[in-house]
Design a protein around this ligand. Structure first.
Ligand SMILES: [Mg+2]
Length: 118
């Protein structure tokens, strides 16, 4: 089964998404900021990354660019909030495959992942 890296500084959100995905049979790894996401991407080689944008230490847009530089095939889906349209646009230009606006439904998250790994 595919491995998903969940990157978000909000622990409750990582837990929520993690439960959602493991219940659906996915393997899950987590990181709480962009810098940790890069380390975890290298060590765990996930199939898909769900990436928050606003995080301490290193934001999601920077982490997206660095991961795509390491692995041009990296499949990264941005987790966004309303009002982040310009960042989302830059993320898409920088290779993000999709974006999910918070608050999100289970079906939206699973749908985005299935589209990439299915
Ligand atoms: Mg955040």
């Amino acid at each position: 089964m595919a491995k998903i890296l969940i990157v978000d500084d909000a622990e409750f959100l990582r837990v929520r998404i993690s439960k959602m995905l493991t219940a659906d049979g996915y393997e899950v790894v987590e990181a709480e900021n962009g810098a940790r996401a890069i380390e975890t991407y290298k060590s765990a080689s996930p199939d898909v990354v769900l990436m928050d944008i606003t995080m301490p230490e290193m934001d999601g847009l920077t982490a997206l660019k660095e991961i795509r530089a390491i692995d041009p095939k990296a499949q990264i889906v941005m987790l966004t909030a309303l009002g982040q349209e310009s960042v989302v646009l830059e993320a898409i230009k920088s290779g993000a495959r999709d974006f999910i606006v918070k608050p999100f439904e289970r079906e939206r998250v699973l749908g985005a992942i299935n589209k990439l790994v299915g």
